[in-house]
Design a protein around this ligand. Structure first.
Ligand SMILES: [Zn+2]
Length: 461
């Protein structure tokens, strides 16, 4: 029998909404599953021979989820595009679309490896990633999954299909997402979604093909991140991006919709009706100066909202603080942010639970997957459902992560990564980054939103 572990000596939060709290609590697990959650004395009696771990007065809580990430971007920090960037379209064309074309398998591996290490150190155990690397499409999601697997993390992966580099590539991207999804239908640690870049770089034929494979709307797509997506789609197709996805039957309770900064009230209502998950990326939206999500409307209409970093980094607690502060700054109302940002760290839980077929995923409860984090929250007052957001935002931001446990294994213990050699990963990434940046500089800009047609198909009129 596998060893039983117990972590105690801190406050246990059953979930990131603090719906149940044990002030002097403990969690026991074995074989990657939670055995029991409760008071420390009770678990001490129940598991006298368990291996014990100390929380040092911190918070013991479910592993954090990054609901929208781009792991391929981790080697890009500090990269100078070498040409001016004005507006969102040029940011994609001159930075991100050159970077994704410059990636090869080695640079993808090192990007994911470095990003995974940072996620572990930030207490994140599940990542929803959106991948693009036109020079390496077939099989690339296996490469991403291998690296995440070695780091001990869970992943929901897709390849972002787009017509910007041509129709052939759009189809190859779709097929890669479908291949990965089918290969991982029963994998307890990985799931696949059908990846789509954004409506303005997708032809109708690609959406029609996607519909053949999509099940219950299981897509992951950027929607109305910038006004560009809205104006391009409305002028070209006569529909907003959300309406266009709806017209193609692509929205449903498994849809992962990133941004939605420029959707109108009608489209927000439609996202609520379809049960889609909206992925809010406050730091990325601020950096790209694309506007802000109407978080109040989204939440009051009943849209499920989760937090992502959109490739900006690994820190979900930092993203929560940014969401709160940006929302308050923009609304300028005394009570802004408290209702709208409560439970954001917990937002993806029902959708991920359904996707993995694990009803208790993302919570600390009997028989839940043993994914947990211990935050170094010494000196903070007793936490409750009402005080959680304030303590997360103002307590000691960002709270340091002492332990990260995923699948029942320690990925980080007492601030030191257990499975990964952090110094080696950082050292090895230097040479790979240099080569990636050289290839990036050799890449031309000027990618159109819709690239060349497949042979035998008609040009757009
Ligand atoms: Zn994104």
């Amino acid at each position: 029998m596998a060893e039983i572990h117990v972590v105690s000596g801190g406050t246990v939060l059953a979930d990131w909404s603090a719906s149940c709290v044990w002030q002097d609590g403990a969690v026991a697990w074995q074989d990657g599953r939670v055995l029991q959650v409760g008071n420390r004395a009770e678990l001490d009696r129940a598991f006298p021979d368990a291996q014990r771990h100390h929380a040092h007065g911190g918070w013991i809580a479910p592993g954090l989820v990054n609901a929208h990430h781009h792991l391929y971007s981790s080697l890009a920090a500090g990269l100078d595009p070498g040409m001016p960037i004005h507006g969102f379209g040029q940011r994609l064309d001159r930075l991100w679309w050159r970077l994704d074309r410059a990636h090869d398998e080695e640079s993808i591996r090192h990007s994911v490896r470095l990003a995974a290490l940072r996620c572990v150190m930030s207490g994140c155990t599940t990542l929803v990633d959106h991948h693009a690397s036109p020079a390496r499409v077939e099989g690339v999601l296996d490469v991403v999954a291998e690296e995440l697997d070695q780091a001990g993390l869970k992943g929901v992966l897709c390849y972002e299909s787009s017509n910007r580099n041509g129709d052939d590539e759009a189809l190859r991207g779709l097929k890669e997402s479908v291949r990965f999804r089918e290969a991982n239908e029963r994998n307890p640690h990985f799931r696949g979604l059908i990846g789509l870049h954004a409506a303005f770089t997708l032809r109708d034929e690609t959406l029609v093909r996607a519909r053949e494979w999509v099940e219950e709307g299981d897509i992951h797509i950027h929607v109305s991140e910038d006004a560009l997506d809205e104006t391009e789609c409305r002028s070209r197709d006569g529909l907003s991006p959300v309406r266009r996805l709806e017209a193609h039957g692509l929205l449903g309770p498994r849809s992962f919709i990133a941004h939605a900064v420029h959707v109108d009230a009608r489209d927000m209502e439609l996202l609520a009706r379809r049960g889609a998950l909206l992925l809010h990326n406050p730091e990325s939206n601020a950096n790209n100066q694309v506007g802000r999500l109407d978080l109040r409307s989204a939440r009051s209409l009943g849209v499920a909202v989760a937090l992502g970093t959109d490739g900006m980094g690994p820190c979900m607690l930092g993203a929560l603080r940014s969401a709160f502060l940006l929302h308050r700054a923009q609304l300028g109302e005394d009570d802004a942010g408290w209702r709208e940002c409560g439970g954001l760290l917990d937002g993806a839980r029902p959708h991920l639970a359904r996707l993995f077929g694990e009803p208790r995923l993302g919570s600390l409860a009997e028989n839940a997957p043993a994914d947990l984090v211990v935050l170094d929250a010494q000196g903070l007052p007793d936490v409750s459902k009402d005080s959680l957001l304030g303590q997360l935002v103002f307590g000691a931001t960002p709270l340091r992560v002492r332990h990260t446990v995923s699948r029942g294994r320690f990925l980080m213990e007492n601030f030191r990564p257990c499975l990964q050699d952090a110094e080696r990963i950082a050292r090895e990434s230097l040479g790979v980054r240099h080569a990636l940046w050289s290839r990036f500089r050799a890449m031309e800009a000027g990618t159109p939103y819709l690239g060349p047609r497949q042979k035998g198909q008609q040009e757009d009129s």
